[in-house]
Design a binder for this molecule. Sequence first.
Ligand SMILES: Nc1ncnc2c1ncn2[C@@H]1O[C@H](COP(=O)(O)OP(=O)(O)O)[C@@H](O)[C@H]1O
Ligand SMILES: [Mg+2]
Length: 391
Amino acid sequence: MSCFPSLFRKKVDSQTRSPSEVDEEISNIHNVNLFTYKTLKAATDDFCEANKIGEGGFGSVYKGRLKGGKIAAIKVLSADSKQGVKEFLTEIKVISEIEHENLVKLYGCCIDNNQRILVYNYLENNSLAQTLLGGNRSNIQFSWRTRYRICIGVGRGLAFLHEEVQPYIVHRDIKASNILLDRDLTPKISDFGLAKLIPDNDTHVSTRVAGTLGYLAPEYAVGGRLTRKADIYSFGVLLVEIVSGRCNTNTRLPAGEQFLLERTWELYERKELVGLVDTSLNGDFDAEEACKFLKIGLLCTQDNFKRRPSMSTVVKMLTGEVGVDENKITKPAFISDFMDLKVRGPPKSSEIKSTSDNANFSSDNRENSTLSSGASTFGTMTTSAAHDQSL
Ligand SMILES: Nc1ncnc2c1ncn2[C@@H]1O[C@H](COP(=O)(O)OP(=O)(O)O)[C@@H](O)[C@H]1O
Ligand SMILES: [Mg+2]
């Protein structure tokens, strides 16, 4: 392993980007370990199916044993991925520059001809999407204390990205499958491939609407307005998912209960929020605290994004350092209010690759579903996003 050698530049130059663009991006990247393809091939037994642990929008993820015995999650980006080089280099750059207890660690990367591979710290307990919300019930018991710790850990990781990293980072794809759990169930936010460093003096940056419908703030999804407040919206949805043990959308539930956030608001208005807490806790939880978390979820998803608290305030509310002012809670923004949504059933196996969030769910009543807006595919809609430095 070594830092980017000059030889490496030659290989990247042969990709779709112009030499000057590539040089510029690579010259900003320091201290990244480079793995050879041969090393990673050996680590994963030639990327064999048995070592495959997941499949996302950008490619397959394998478990591998590196020389010296370290276990890694090896993400092989699909060769036909149009954004491959860009996402790859962005992710390397961003992750290599930041470290936090609640963020996944990037060990290094590999570029070998067409192959682009990321090597991460392997997290033993998979993602929240699989273990807490997934159909295949895991052995993990998510007690109220565990959920409390997970919510606060994710909050701290995001607050770090938003308020401590300079320039700050908007993740853009906060969702249950991007929250990985280590042996002790400490949550780690993964996937900074979509994150973007926002230069302080940059007010308008052309970017792409990414993320997953259901977690997307309406002003971002519809207007392309990307600020930290869009992440805070997604965090609010995730918070409600963690407390309730339910996916943000479940078309198998009776009409009126399918959209978790709408249900949360309804129960809040009826003062019955406690009814939303995961029944698998068998009543063993701090009701006041759980309802407070749900209210914070409502605050984070407020329609007017200026009403959403900052992540550091959210963390303080979660820990009890700052109170939750119920007067500030108004009706949240429901994506269905803004879009002519078509709700599809579970994905066919051939669709799983492009709808990676659903790949982990089987068809029990926690099954997630894919939402699409008319004919457009949400994740690939191109738009010009306004970055508001004050938010
Ligand atoms: N570092 C990791 N440790 C353990 N499992 C991982 C790691 N990274 C990814 N995975 C698994 O691979 C799956 C696919 O990941 P990814 O390609 O990021 O797609 P997505 O985030 O859309 O699920 C994840 O849902 C998770 O189950
Ligand atoms: Mg992911």
